[in-house]
Design a protein around this ligand. Structure first.
Ligand code: PHE
Length: 339
């Protein structure tokens, strides 16, 4: 039996040494040490031995078993680390390979300027509201103190969709919608696209952008309008920018003004951008006309307000020295990639 044990052990050792992977080594373990394994079988034969032989043989078998167990365990770790090394070698990254180019999207220049404007007005306590691009005659004209036969309708060439339906010519329509749904104190801006059947050239487009502003409360005066617009101009163009209010006319404000800022290109000396005047017109504004307040159910004896409409496209073209407004709408990647 002693020879049998060493023969089995010898054979098992050779097989362990030859095994190539974890599957093979497990099969060897089962073959010799498993429930029906060869060494286990020897233990079962113990009963046929003389009683005084049994402890000696038992010890021999157990020794052989634990020697084999140790060998198998060692081989297993060896195979495992070899496998790991192989895997690592396969997964080596060549850091000298050129990287894949990552294309990152970015904001359209109009949106960059709009985001800045929203920040400025929000810091002054304005809410941002939205209004529809398809409007009714009622909101775009009627409630803004422009009745059907009013000559001011000719100031803005309108795209009509149906009898009473049109593409809004001004974000001022949002003033009315706001006053219908909110009670004073009101402080909102409404940015959006507007549409006019204008001749297209370097400074005119049938689609452009405005930011409407509206403030209504008790005791609002022209001074508040001036303060807000000056603050805005200083933040967007720098604190030495001068602001000029020129008397003007809009049917929905009284008095009305157009507002110029010193040309950011030449600082007011006069250049190509400001056509030699030193000033750039950026918005129309005024005190909300009593008729407009009344049409929204706000008592003009109790409340007053101001409104303004800023041209976003002009602001953008002057900031980025863009020579032609049409570039903002053509979505030419070669142009957009420059921002
Ligand atoms: N809606 C006017 C325009 O489009 C601008 C404006 C807005 C003027 C608000 C006064 C008050 O020209």
């Amino acid at each position: 039996m002693k020879e049998q044990i060493s023969a089995i052990l010898l054979e098992a050792k050779e097989q362990v040494a030859d095994s190539q992977n974890e599957g093979e080594i497990e099969a060897i373990r089962v073959k010799y040490l498993g429930k029906k394994g060869e060494l286990t079988a020897i233990l079962k034969q113990m009963g046929s031995l003389a009683p005084d032989e049994r402890p000696k043989m038992g010890a021999l078998v157990n020794e052989a078993k634990s020697e084999l167990e140790c060998l198998i365990a060692d081989k297993k770790t060896e195979l495992k680390s070899a496998e790991q090394l192989k895997k690592l070698a396969e997964e080596t990254i060549d850091i000298t390979m050129p990287a894949k180019e990552l294309k990152v999207g970015k904001l359209h220049p109009l949106n960059t300027v709009l985001d800045d404007m929203i920040d400025i007005f929000q810091s002054m306590g304005f809410d941002v509201v939205d209004g529809p691009e398809v409007e009714t005659d009622h909101y775009n004209f009627e409630c803004l103190n422009v009745p059907a036969d009013h000559p001011a309708r000719d100031m803005q060439d309108t795209f009509y969709l149906a009898d009473n339906l049109l593409l809004r010519t001004q974000t001022s329509a949002a003033q009315i919608r706001t006053m219908e749904t909110r009670k004073p104190p009101i402080r909102v801006i409404c940015p959006g696209r507007v549409f006019r059947a204008d001749e297209v050239d370097a400074t005119h487009s049938p689609v452009f952008h405005q930011i409407e502003g509206l403030v209504v409360d008790k005791g609002i005066t022209m001074c508040d309008l001036k303060g807000v617009l000056e603050q805005f101009a200083h933040e967007i163009y720098g604190s030495d920018t001068k602001v000029k209010f020129r008397p003007s006319f809009f049917p929905f404000t009284e008095p009305s003004v157009e507002v110029d800022v010193t040309c950011s290109e030449c600082g007011g000396k006069g250049c190509r951008v400001c056509k030699g005047s030193g000033w750039i017109e950026i918005l129309g504004a005024g005190m909300v006309h009593p008729n407009v307040l009344r049409s929204c159910g706000i008592d003009p004896e109790e409340y007053s307000g101001f409104a303004f409409g800023i041209g976003l496209d002009r602001l953008t073209t002057t900031r980025y020295k863009i020579s032609d407004i049409r570039l903002l709408f053509e979505n030419d990647k070669r142009f957009l990639d420059q921002f």
